[in-house]
Design a binder for this molecule. Structure first.
Ligand SMILES: *[C@@H]1O[C@H](CO)[C@@H](O)[C@H](O)[C@H]1NC(C)=O
Ligand SMILES: *[C@@H]1O[C@H](CO)[C@@H](O)[C@H](O)[C@H]1NC(C)=O
Ligand SMILES: *[C@@H]1O[C@H](CO)[C@@H](O)[C@H](O)[C@H]1NC(C)=O
Ligand SMILES: *[C@@H]1O[C@H](CO)[C@@H](O)[C@H](O)[C@H]1NC(C)=O
Ligand SMILES: *[C@@H]1O[C@H](CO)[C@@H](O)[C@H](O)[C@H]1NC(C)=O
Length: 354
């Protein structure tokens, strides 16, 4: 009996001990485990779960996007990595969907954005791709972003990518876009084919290479009454072709920085605020009239010249005679002088005088 009890008891102790051992091992395993659970912060990133923010700053020679993001990520800031290409679904794995709303990928040396790069981010509101070196943007780069409201592409687009830009931005599903910033990209025109397909409220085109906005585009701008277009730091060419743009600036109040737009051409008007131009300066009629009047003056002068030459030509005999007369008159005069001189120097006459 006793022996039996002892056996039972020790077995019990053994069982309890065994359980503890398992718990302990599991705990150690959890603490040391390299296997991450869904909530883990990607290596080399800082996570603030309460705010939903993941921040990944430069980490040596890191050229990769961090692995899968925690599902709760609502803001991801990734900076200073050398990511040359954003591939399809760059931030998600196997088509998982993230609730992420803000994605900042500025200063990452991104050169290529492949089709569907932002797949799996259906709730994204703000995408910042400023200060990269984009050479190629796929026409389907921004597909799958139906909620996108703000897109920042400041100082990011190299000349080869400018041609792709309007294609990429014409994606049907960017129709909720409210704010588009394209400062500092060497653009020469508005890189949008149509304005009525977005809900744009702000279009920032400062510090580009825009010399003028064509009449046709101005007509479209008038139609988008809620839209504000920022245009300072562009090299406007202040000749009469600026007329439609000039009146749009004055009439529409759609350009909040209108007072800071300056002419850079022609020479004589460089530095003058576009708004301070007089209406004659942008009036092709008066410019043409001026040109016409110069041409007219030229013609009149030429005619006078021709008439003068004709007169000379028709009178060539008379003129020859006249010239001969003059020459003869001169010669007579000279002879008279000569004669007098000879008389003056005659010694006999000199004696008489004394
Ligand atoms: C970025 O990576 C590319 C190769 O992927 C390399 O040629 C380039 O020098 C790197 N740039 C920087 C600033 O590290
Ligand atoms: C992604 O899906 C493929 C099959 O579709 C599977 O083999 C792979 O393990 C998945 N990867 C991850 C990280 O879930
Ligand atoms: C460019 O983008 C940044 C966001 O990174 C924004 O804060 C800034 O106002 C933008 N505009 C200009 C002109 O830089
Ligand atoms: C601006 O005008 C050009 C043609 O001159 C046209 O192709 C383009 O779609 C227009 N863009 C807007 C936004 O009106
Ligand atoms: C508005 O623009 C038109 C030309 O399109 C011009 O005749 C008119 O004077 C402008 N109105 C104002 C208030 O500047």
């Amino acid at each position: 009996m006793r022996i039996l009890y002892n056996i039972y008891h020790s077995k019990g102790i053994f069982l309890v001990w065994h359980q503890w051992c398992l718990y302990y091992a599991a705990g150690v395993c959890l603490l040391l485990s390299p296997v991450r659970s869904d909530d883990a912060c990607p290596s080399s990133c800082i996570c603030a779960r309460d705010a939903g923010t993941v921040t990944c700053l430069p980490d040596g020679e890191e050229t990769e996007l961090p692995g899968d993001m925690p599902e709760w990520t609502s803001t991801l800031i990734l900076k200073g990595r050398n990511i040359s290409t954003l591939p399809r679904g760059a931030l998600t794995i196997n088509g998982t969907k993230l609730v992420m709303m803000t994605l900042s990928l500025s200063y990452n040396g991104i050169q290529v954005i492949e089709p569907y790069a932002f797949l799996g981010l259906p709730r994204l509101h703000l995408l910042d791709l400023s200060h990269n070196q984009l050479e190629f943007i796929s026409a389907r780069a921004f597909h799958g972003l139906p909620e996108l409201r703000s897109l920042y592409l400041n100082y990011s687009i190299l000349p080869p990518a400018i041609a792709h830009l309007s294609g990429a931005l014409s994606a049907e599903n960017l129709r909720n876009l409210h704010r588009l910033e394209l400062a500092g990209n060497g653009l020469k025109s508005i890189p949008l084919e149509r304005l009525d397909m977005y809900s744009l409220h702000a279009l920032v085109l400062t510090d580009n290479s825009i010399e003028n906005i064509e009449r046709e585009n101005i007509t479209n701008l008038y139609q988008e009454r809620r839209l504000r277009v920022y245009l300072s730091l562009n090299p406007f060419r202040c000749n009469c072709e600026l007329e439609a743009f000039y009146y749009w600036l004055k009439n529409s109040s759609q350009c909040p920085d209108a007072g800071r737009l300056l002419c850079s051409q022609p020479e004589g008007k460089s530095g003058i605020p576009v708004e301070k131009l007089r209406s004659e300066d942008v009036d092709c009629m008066s410019e043409n009239l001026e040109a016409v009047s110069y041409v007219f003056l030229g013609i009149v002068l030429a005619l006078i010249g021709v008439v003068f030459l004709m007169v000379l030509y028709l009178n060539r005999r008379g003129i020859k005679r006249w010239l001969n007369n003059i020459r003869e008159a001169c010669r007579d005069q000279m002879e008279v002088y000569h004669y007098r001189y000879e008389q003056d120097s005659d010694p006999r006459l000199a004696n008489v005088a004394v």
